[in-house]
Design a protein around this ligand. Sequence first.
Ligand SMILES: [Zn+2]
Length: 240
Amino acid sequence: MTTTTLLFRDDAYATACEARVLGTTPEGGVILDRTVFYAQGGGQPGDVGAIVRANGDRFDITNTVYGADRSQIVHLVGPEAASRFEGGETAELQLDWPRRLRRMRVHTALHLLSVVLPYPVTGGAIGEGDGRLDFDIPDAGLDKAEITEKLNALIQRDAPVTERWITDEELDANPGLVKTMSVKPPRGSGRVRLVEIEGIDLQPCGGTHVRRTGEIGTVAITDIEKKGKQNRRVRMSLVD
Ligand SMILES: [Zn+2]
């Protein structure tokens, strides 16, 4: 089975691409050999946008998800639209870029939030211009204004954000590297994608990020909820 090449992994700023149709799904999805559309996962929603056939027919993509074995990416257009696509034809993908960029800004800001609040993270989600992380802490006397100030100070450092792959062997040879990570890398897949915010954070992550923290813009902590005895949900929003 042909897998989908994940172009967003190497270039989160790619907004369009040509791709070949590998097949369709009964749920109304189009499977392509390559994509700039991020598939729903890791708390980040799937991308939306459009797909344009060679004859000019254009269909909205309402969500992007992984196929059953996660080797292919499914672009949801609805059963009627999907039935028009034929295996082997080429089509153009066009990302809803303003929406994706907001998600990239929120996602990168959540990395910074995990630095400001260095506690175990039990969950997280990214919405439209906002996001949240759940922390495993009983009560840390969290203060919205103080966290907001620290977050914006990190953003204003305009630190470069870079991604690189590292093999399990390289990880084993550098125990100090693992020790510096806020989240322990998963083992067994042979290699791990690391996201580094220079001088601030290093952690394994498969998501999409902005190139520099300055691109996040101003953020604010909007709410801190108690979710059970051992959990605090911290909500953050882009201010613009
Ligand atoms: Zn990330």
